[in-house]
Design a protein around this ligand. Structure first.
Ligand code: AMP
Ligand code: MG
Length: 396
């Protein structure tokens, strides 16, 4: 009978142990249209100036600011994309569109709304404070580092890459992730629930968590609570994936075989108990360059353990430094507990300054997470946070 005698380590120790593990991130080149959510593998150095020429910021008339003429003869029409053919001299202007290249001799654009045009001439009823020009290289100069290695490519970074002329971009490879849900009671969604059975939600929620970080889920399998069954799928995941996430079978029950199977398969165990709630019997280990987490099967436990312990290492495998996003707010109800040996992560909902506790029956209560958008931390030894106190919420 498996019985865990492993020492229990603190949340901080567990995070440090995860942090110590070396991970290699490989780069690959991908076409820009599919680079969203990927992480830049090298600094992006601009070869061009942005804007590439002195550019009008308005639809209007390009003139020389020292020209005190009453009326200006319109000597050219410059659309965006056009190249002005003549220089502007005293008493002259060129009609210019937003994005148009400023003609020589001009250093100011008077916007259309301040102009009265009549028969090839224009008079101005006023002037703006600024010149309405975006000078060449104002935003970026050749040689500038525009984006740093490790940058997450969000829509704005995709736009920047395109503006720099990058059709392909060097990003880190998406780590291959294998997900295994163990338990003789779990059945695939879509299958009928016989007595005693429940649907497997963990393999789906874990896959979705990994994918929303940008990882590539290579395999998602279920295994019965039998050493051979677990061994077969875990062994194949260890061969093909860089991160293996296993749910269930890590506690001290009669059918919890995951830790012993991992040892049999040559996984070096880093820790197998964290003083945290939920998620105490979490197992962490490595085999070669592959990282393995075994998490307790209650769905809130798997979710929280992924958020807190898996995400940092997964992002590191992707070349991205990760800091969880936190906001602070005021608790509308007390968040207190009696037993204080373990640290706790409690699902909460933050909106504006209010931090509310959704109904939460414990680590099996997956619906509580649908109501929640973050976690509040209670350190070990602390009874929690009284009503009205300020708390930090780690958003997910
Ligand atoms: P275990 O960690 O294997 O002891 O499982 C703890 C609880 O989580 C049990 O009530 C299981 O039925 C449940 N559970 C285990 N695996 C899953 C899963 N893949 N999806 C949903 N619930 C699960
Ligand atoms: Mg189980």
């Amino acid at each position: 009978m498996p019985l865990s005698k492993a020492p229990m380590i603190t949340v901080e120790e567990a995070l440090a142990a995860v942090k110590r593990v070396k991970v290699a991130s490989r780069a690959e080149s991908v076409p820009l249209p599919i680079a969203l959510g990927r992480v830049l593998a090298r600094d992006l150095v601009s070869r061009i100036a942005m804007p590439p020429f002195d550019k009008s910021a308005m639809d209007g008339y390009a003139v020389n600011s020292r020209d005190a003429s009453e009326s200006f003869r319109i000597v050219g029409l410059i659309p965006a994309g056009g190249v002005p053919s003549k220089a502007i001299r005293n008493g002259e202007c060129a009609k210019i569109m937003t994005g148009g290249m400023l003609p020589r001799g001009a250093d100011l654009v008077v916007r259309r709304e301040l102009a009265l045009e009549d028969g090839g001439h224009v008079r101005f009823t006023g002037r703006d404070d600024g010149p309405n020009i975006c000078p060449k290289g104002e935003d970026v100069k050749p040689g500038d580092i525009v984006l740093r290695k490790g940058a997450l490519l969000r829509p704005q970074e995709i736009g920047i890459l395109a503006s720099m002329g990058a059709a392909e971009v060097d990003v880190f490879e998406r780590p291959a992730v294998g997900i295994i849900a163990t338990g003789s009671e779990i059945v695939a969604p879509g299958k009928r629930l016989l007595p005693g059975r429940i649907h497997d939600s963990n393999s789906f929620s874990l896959a979705a968590q990994a994918e929303s970080c940008g990882a590539a889920v290579r395999m998602r399998r279920r295994a019965a609570d039998a050493p051979e069954s677990i061994r077969r799928v875990v062994s194949s995941a260890l061969e093909t994936c860089r991160l293996v996430l296993i749910s269930g079978g890590v506690s001290a029950g009669d059918f919890d075989y995951v830790p012993e199977v991992l040892r049999d398969l040559g996984v070096r165990i880093g820790f197998e108990q964290i003083a945290v709630q939920p998620g105490k019997p979490t197992v962490f280990g490595t085999r070669g360059g592959t990282i393995v987490f075994g998490m307790p099967g209650n769905p809130v436990s798997t979710f929280v353990i992924f958020e807190v312990f898996v995400k940092p290492i997964l992002y590191r495998m992707m070349g991205r430094a990760y800091e969880p996003l936190a906001v602070s707010g005021t608790l509308t109800r007390a968040l207190l507990r009696r037993r204080t040996e373990r640290a706790a992560f409690v699902p909460v909902r933050v909106s504006g300054d209010r931090v509310e506790r959704p109904e939460y029956h414990g680590s099996a209560h997956l619906q509580a997470l649908a109501e929640a958008n973050g976690l509040v931390y209670i350190p070990s030894g602390s009874e929690g946070h009284p009503e009205g106190s300020r708390v930090d919420v780690r958003l997910f």
